[in-house]
Design a protein around this ligand. Structure first.
Ligand SMILES: NC(=O)c1ccc[n+]([C@@H]2O[C@H](COP(=O)([O-])OP(=O)(O)OC[C@H]3O[C@@H](n4cnc5c(N)ncnc54)[C@H](O)[C@@H]3O)[C@@H](O)[C@H]2O)c1
Length: 329
């Protein structure tokens, strides 16, 4: 079968990561890089000879050679790219969150339904073998009673990601996992936030979710981790699921690949998210991309987060942010 031709829209931090990974994913041709900032699109295309450069999603929509679009624009600008792309008959991967408002998410879902295109929200942790195995073994712990999920990142990254509330931008990964694991509807949310860095949104965020089946989850996301070299980023992330008959746990900063060298000191390196082995993206990110391509080629049945699940995670995240805003700091 012919290669799947992709356009990457948004050549920023994460768009660049997609482009690097996609170079070595089998069955993929990168056809176009689009950024409203032409210099960024041209910069990203410089090392990819023959790739077209665009500055407007309409140019991508009008190009019949593009099969699918990867939306890597800022969180509140997903719909402006994804909806026209879907309407033009392209399949779409949209970075998380699906959108930042229910109205945008609904418009994207409607476009995907009406055109029968795949709309995948890039919840890569569902393709991390540890989180996926936790889901596969969840019945062993019996009824799930409580879940604790945490995601604490480097202060310096907050300069960029404070543009969106962290429940919606960052904790959304954990909200997706927690809803997947608990398998019940959220009946009440309680958000507690502190803004210690004086940016647009709070950097310390604790959320409590009460589920209809009586399970309770705590979601914790802060940006107080000390600044690190990004090539050796140590992820302070994990999840603990407790049920009547046991505990299942994933911890990223203690179970990775350990190195202790003169140049870096002691580091525990992530091997499951972005690991590149023999030049290929072998972590969850690569697995997610390969799965998307296999689905488009009719070689796999879709098993990522559905648009309805992505919508629910977003609703919970928005509710947490709104609830936190009702409480004085
Ligand atoms: N999965 C993860 O772990 C993870 C990590 C970081 C970021 N992300 C997500 O990736 C997305 C992009 O984040 P980023 O860090 O790359 O942001 P960024 O600000 O570095 O890049 C966004 C790019 O989009 C471009 N852009 C904006 N509007 C556009 C439009 N209408 N058409 C074309 N280009 C447009 C901007 O010029 C910019 O170059 C966000 O949704 C973010 O939450 C995911």
């Amino acid at each position: 079968m012919n290669k799947v031709t992709l356009a990457v829209v948004g050549a920023g931090e994460f768009g660049t990561r997609y482009l690097n990974a996609l170079r070595s994913v089998a069955g993929v041709h990168i056809g176009c890089i689009c950024d409203r900032d032409r210099a960024k699109a041209e910069g990203a295309a410089a090392s990819l000879p023959g790739v077209r450069v665009a500055t407007d999603i309409q140019q991508v929509c009008d190009d019949p050679s593009i099969d699918a679009v990867i939306v890597v624009t800022p969180e509140h600008l997903h719909r402006v790219v994804a909806e026209p792309a879907l309407r033009a008959g392209k399949h779409v991967i949209v970075e998380k969150p699906l959108a930042t408002t229910p109205e945008d998410a609904e418009a994207m879902m409607r476009a995907a339904k009406e055109t029968n295109r795949l709309l995948m929200t890039a919840f890569l942790l569902r393709f991390d073998y540890r989180y996926a195995q936790l889901k596969e073994r969840i019945e062993e712990v019996g009824k799930v009673r409580n879940v604790y999920a945490y995601r604490n990142f480097d202060r310096s990254l907050f300069a960029l990601y404070s543009r969106t509330h962290s429940f919606i931008e960052n904790a959304i990964h954990d909200i997706d996992l927690v809803l997947w694991y608990v398998g019940s509807k959220v009946k009440r949310v309680h958000g507690f936030c502190r803004n210690t860095q004086g940016r647009e949104n709070p950097d310390v965020n604790w959320g409590v979710l009460e589920f209809e089946n009586d399970a309770i989850a705590v979601i914790h996301t802060s940006w107080l981790y000390p600044p690190q070299r990004h090539d050796v980023l140590q992820w302070n992330t994990g999840v603990q699921v407790m049920g009547d008959r046991g505990v299942l746990e994933v911890r990223s900063d203690s179970d990775g690949f350990r190195a202790n060298t003169e140049s870096f000191g002691q580091v525990v390196l992530d091997q499951t998210g972005w690991a590149t082995i023999h030049g290929e993206p072998r972590g969850a990110f690569g697995a997610m991309l390969r799965h998307f391509i296999q689905c488009l080629r009719g070689e796999a049945h879709y098993r990522g987060t559905t648009p309805e699940e992505a919508m629910e995670s977003m609703r919970v995240a928005v509710a947490l942010a709104e609830n936190a805003a009702t409480k004085p700091e």
